[in-house]
Design a binder for this molecule. Sequence first.
Ligand SMILES: [Zn+2]
Length: 284
Amino acid sequence: MSERRPYNFRDLAGLVFGRLTVIGLANEKTRHDRVQWTCKCSCGAAKVVSGNQLQRGITRSCGCLRKEITSAKFRTHGHSGSPTYLSYTAAKSRCENINNQHFADYGGRGIRFRFASFEQFLAELGERPSGTSLERIDNDGHYEPGNVRWATHQQQSNNKRTNRRITAFGRTRTVAWWSRETGLSDQVIRGRLDLGWLPERALTCAPRVVRPTTSPRPPRGRPLEAFGRKLTIAAWSRETGISYDLIRARLVRGWSAEEALSATRPWSRRGDGVLPIARSARSS
Ligand SMILES: [Zn+2]
């Protein structure tokens, strides 16, 4: 083997190429009659490599390096079975795997999964705390930086309520969106829908203004009928000794005319059921 050496022969013995340390010339040559070297890999395995491959950096280990790189591609983050990684793959699948049973609600309606890698996802969200799951903040938005968070079940259901989708006027949008659009609070919109209102009506009617009063303001000067007679409030006031303002205030509060004209509100009626004022009114 030592009888004939190429003119450009270079002794590689003792040199280190990557993980390979050259031990000495190997007995066998390449198909092209080039010398090969017996090397010892840092992992302990022996390997015969041509000098050409060693010097050009093509071969740097017994093969163990490639195996490690390949498997590292599948578990670079070391989170393969973690809750965070499961959320990542599940969300990605909902958006991208047409065979996912939830695809229609995600990828099927245009929701995209826009994290380029698990590392980016993890950097954005951190590890998933127990008791939480992945949530999109805007339900119409994508899985992307800025629109995702770990949410508790309670947070999710709160968000689902305002993310409830309503189709009206040819558009399907969330309650939150309609609320911004119409100026109606999302509670009002949801309440109306729960009452069975049609979406268009629920989104257009002005909200009823709830006053503390329960009856319309009695117009001034209009006769007030009570105890079978019609008198102006001023006249009733003179007759009963109850101030004009108090009678009006009571009427505004929803008291009946008879109650408003009684000395105190007759919460419980006793005896013959006739109010004290009724007697005095009748007798006058
Ligand atoms: Zn090796």
